[in-house]
Design a binder for this molecule. Structure first.
Ligand SMILES: NC(=O)c1ccc[n+]([C@@H]2O[C@H](COP(=O)([O-])OP(=O)(O)OC[C@H]3O[C@@H](n4cnc5c(N)ncnc54)[C@H](O)[C@@H]3O)[C@@H](O)[C@H]2O)c1
Length: 429
């Protein structure tokens, strides 16, 4: 099959490389000239483990190419997959401007019978809007589908090759058949539903995971009042099969390019349909205020932040990515800048991104953990990169009184204390 992917960001590049690896002819299209130039040279403009290797392999086979030309990319495509960004506005409305612009640009080149697939995360009803835009320009017959993406950055290639499920949203048997054939090599369960169910399924998955994080954070906050340890509470509930022991992350709250945006968009959507008095608004509110609240609490435990030298380790939103969209560091560092004087930082891969995103803060970005933690009064392990968790902080202990804030409860408090630090976790006394 000839497949075109519009938008070569995190989702687009991974999908393009994976579909090419199934033997299809895939064209990745973007309006960002620099991004396309870089991809053409086999360079992925962001960090994602295993992606550059897959990209190079597929370019070498001739199955995968990149362009900025809609005409070249769309004219003979059997399937056109739209994977452009859908950031949310301040109030939480999904900004569909990029999706609509891409739809307008592709409309005049659609081949008869092509399937236009929306992979971007969008609210229910978006496919009708896409249909209207296409019909303004083209008279050829085409099909529409919604195929949401569930990959996680940091493990995106693995997730795309080994998905838990493929969700296909369409209304015609013939469309399901083509899309099932496309995803057959993945050997994953296929869920065939309406486009609206597919769109709601994507929001529901992320809202549930964000709610789970918010739930355990609430439990962690209560533990602070009574001597319980939230990690022990997780052990106590996790063996209950209805609950499960996986995916419990008490800490500074969820961040990243998807959860905050998708929860806000679901909350906004709920309000627009008259269901605004609900959980999603509250989850968003609790998560948004969490970092300020925790940092103020830690301030009391360390004897206030003023005049402390603070080392922040892990600046991306999660390990194994350099994506800083809604990363905890983007809240923690500006907050510290207002409450203390000296801030150093380290991240294994996100230093270049941090230079841009944190440019208005006084953080000094260092090239090693050793340099970042030197003379620090407080070390904050914000994101659990392997390198950060495996580091021997005993060898870098410099002062008599040093605090170690474990923002994701990744360390053994006994070892940190043995090294001479005062350990401060989340929901652990
Ligand atoms: N990043 C994730 O982990 C993830 C996971 C699941 C779903 N999603 C969803 O997938 C979608 C894409 O996310 P992303 O993180 O890959 O976005 P991104 O911002 O990394 O990439 C989007 C790309 O679209 C390009 N673009 C914008 N307008 C265009 C146009 N008119 N024509 C061609 N290209 C255009 C941009 O230049 C950019 O390269 C979003 O809806 C997101 O919510 C993302």
């Amino acid at each position: 099959m000839k497949i075109t992917i519009i938008g070569t960001g995190f989702v687009g590049v991974v999908s393009a490389a994976v579909y090419a690896s199934f033997g299809h002819t895939v064209v990745g299209l973007d309006i960002d000239d620099a991004k396309v130039a870089s991809l053409r040279q086999g360079k992925v403009p962001f960090y994602e483990p295993g992606l550059e290797e897959l990209l190079l392999d597929q370019q070498a086979t001739g199955n995968l190419s990149f362009t900025t030309s809609y005409k070249n990319a769309v004219s003979d495509a059997d399937i056109v997959i739209i994977a452009v960004g859908t950031p949310s506005t301040e109030e939480g409305k999904a900004n569909l401007a990029y999706l609509y612009a891409a739809t307008e640009s592709l409309a005049e080149f659609i081949k008869k019978g092509a399937i236009i697939v929306v992979k971007s995360t969008v609210p229910p009803g978006t496919l009708e809007a896409v249909d209207k835009i296409l019909k303004k320009t083209t008279t050829v017959e085409y099909e529409l589908a919604s195929v949401p993406e569930f990959l996680r950055e940091g493990t995106a290639v693995h997730d795309t090759l080994n998905p838990d499920r493929i969700v296909l949203g369409a209304s015609k048997k013939s469309v399901f058949e083509v899309l099932e054939e496309l995803h057959k090599p993945l050997n994953a369960p296929v869920v065939k539903v309406t486009p609206e169910s597919a769109q709601m399924g994507k929001y529901a998955a992320n809202a549930y995971l964000a709610t789970r994080i918010t739930f355990i954070n609430q439990i962690a906050d209560l533990c602070e009042h009574n001597g319980a340890d939230v990690q022990e509470v997780i052990a106590a509930i996790g063996l209950d099969k209805r609950v499960g022991g996986h995916y419990w992350y008490p800490g500074f709250g969820y961040g990243g390019s998807c959860f905050p945006k998708d929860v806000k968009e679901l909350a906004y959507y709920s309000r627009t349909v008259g269901e605004g008095h609900n959980l999603f608004n509250k989850v968003n509110e609790l998560n948004s205020g969490r970092i300020d609240r925790l940092l103020m609490g830690f301030g009391k435990k360390i004897g206030e932040w003023e005049d402390k030298k603070v080392a922040v380790l892990g600046l991306s939103f999660k390990p194994n990515t350099d994506d800083m969209r809604d990363a905890p560091s983007t809240k923690v560092v500006p907050w510290l800048a207002e409450h203390t004087t000296t801030i150093s930082g380290y991240d294994p891969k996100a230093t270049d991104a941090a230079k841009i995103v944190l440019k208005d803060t006084p953080i000094v970005l260092e090239s090693s953990i050793e340099a970042a933690v030197q003379d620090a009064d407080v070390i904050i392990s914000l994101i659990e990169w392997d390198e950060i968790v495996a580091h021997d902080y005993g060898s870098t202990k410099a002062k008599k009184k040093q605090f170690f804030i474990d923002a994701r409860n990744q360390f053994d408090p006994k070892i940190i204390e043995k090294w001479g630090y005062t350990y401060l976790g989340v929901g652990r006394n």
